[in-house]
Design a protein around this ligand. Structure first.
Ligand SMILES: Cc1ncc(C[n+]2csc(CCOP(=O)(O)OP(=O)(O)O)c2C)c(N)n1
Ligand SMILES: [Mg+2]
Length: 345
């Protein structure tokens, strides 16, 4: 096992967090975890096909950024093939994400996308992208149009910020360097969120990159780069709030490196034999949901019973989403060629 990088410290006791917000962040993370566990069950029961990449362990990143710092539904979110939970945090209903996984017409991409291609114009979800780093220029295009509408077309309502999520593996790809250069040059309203989970399938991060501290790469673009404990939802929320404020003020992008870990294999087809037991245990002990629950109770912000009630409510919601997906229709054959090109309004 490679020596673990020291996680940046964060003084959560100093955070001003209301009960309502604490419960909201907790609920969003529990939704992500419960949804993904249900996906694993459905996949192994043969209900969904193709590659399915789960997000277990990384919930504090999606929740901390989208629910903690953005305006879900108004701002833009761009994801990778590990996209179910970003879609949920952005407000796409669980039943539409589950139906998409089942390939049903009621799915958020009308059953055409599947696991790796969640999309919702209504929720500002720019898509999940299966090619590594593919979303980075797409997200930057969204940020560019916001700036263009505001500064060139004079549309004062164009103040959206885009959050672009991608993995450590994507940071060795040319699109990362080319796009970050332009985003910084043009001061685009975007935050680049690297979810450094230490692995790109079976390739350990340290073996693939000359500078493993990804946030430092921001400096060559004269961009702000920060590292954060990606297992601590309040720490993620704090850095994301700063980055979003910077972007909204027109001061340009931020590169946030969230140090995190996926609790399952790369995809549900991966036997997960590459990673050591010691490494997994190091990270399992940092489970973002368990730790946040403990924090909320220890600080006297919530009662344990309130958290259990959320767990039950979310379990019901996810069970309902499976019923909805199972009973929904498949896309009609007559629509085979629809949604390939844009249609007239
Ligand atoms: C351009 C491209 N090259 C290779 C692949 C195959 N591939 C799929 S996932 C992956 C690893 C990416 O790892 P990372 O960016 O760290 O994301 P994580 O899976 O850890 O979330 C690779 C190489 C791909 N999808 N696209
Ligand atoms: Mg990775």
């Amino acid at each position: 096992m490679v020596q673990e990088r020291t996680l940046p410290t964060f003084d959560a006791a100093k955070e001003q967090i209301t009960k309502a917000e604490g419960l909201r962040l907790y609920e969003d993370m529990v939704l992500g975890r419960t949804f993904e566990d249900k996906c694993a069950e459905m996949y192994y029961r043969g209900k969904m096909f193709g590659f399915v990449h789960l997000y277990n362990g990384q919930e504090a990143v999606s929740t901390g950024v989208i629910q903690g710092a953005m305006r879900p539904g108004e701002d833009f979110v761009c994801s990778t093939y590990r996209d179910h939970v970003h879609a949920l945090s952005a407000g796409v209903p669980a039943k539409e994400v589950m139906a998409e996984l089942f390939g049903k017409a009621t799915g958020c991409s009308k059953g055409r996308g599947g696991s790796m291609h969640m999309f919702s114009a209504e929720h500002g979800l720019l898509g999940g992208y299966a090619f590594v780093a593919e979303g980075i220029p797409v997200a930057s295009g969204a940020a560019f149009q916001t700036k263009y509408r505001r500064e060139v077309l004079g549309d004062q309502s164009a103040d959206q910020v885009t959050a672009c999520f991608f993995g450590d593996g994507a940071c060795n790809n040319g699109q990362f360097f080319e796009t970050l250069n332009m985003a910084a040059l043009w001061k685009l309203p975007i935050i680049f969120v690297v979810e450094n989970n230490k692995w790109a399938i079976g390739m350990a991060h340290e073996r693939a990159t000359s500078q493993p501290e990804i946030y430092k790469k921001a400096s060559v673009f004269d961009m702000v780069g920060v590292e954060v404990d990606g297992m601590d939802v309040l720490a993620v929320r704090a850095v994301a709030q700063e980055a979003v404020a910077r972007a909204r003020k027109g001061e340009g992008p931020t590169l946030i490196e969230a140090l995190t870990y996926r609790f399952r294999g790369h995809s549900l087809a991966d036997p997960d034999e590459m990673r050591s037991k010691a490494e997994k245990e190091f990270w399992f002990a940092r489970d973002p949901i368990k730790n946040f629950a403990k924090y909320l109770v220890d600080q006297g912000i919530v009662e344990p019973e309130e958290l259990k009630a959320i767990d039950r409510k979310i379990q019901e919601l996810v069970d309902e989403s499976v019923k909805f997906a199972e009973t929904s229709s498949e896309p009609d054959k007559s629509e085979l060629y629809r949604f390939i090109f844009a249609e007239d309004e």
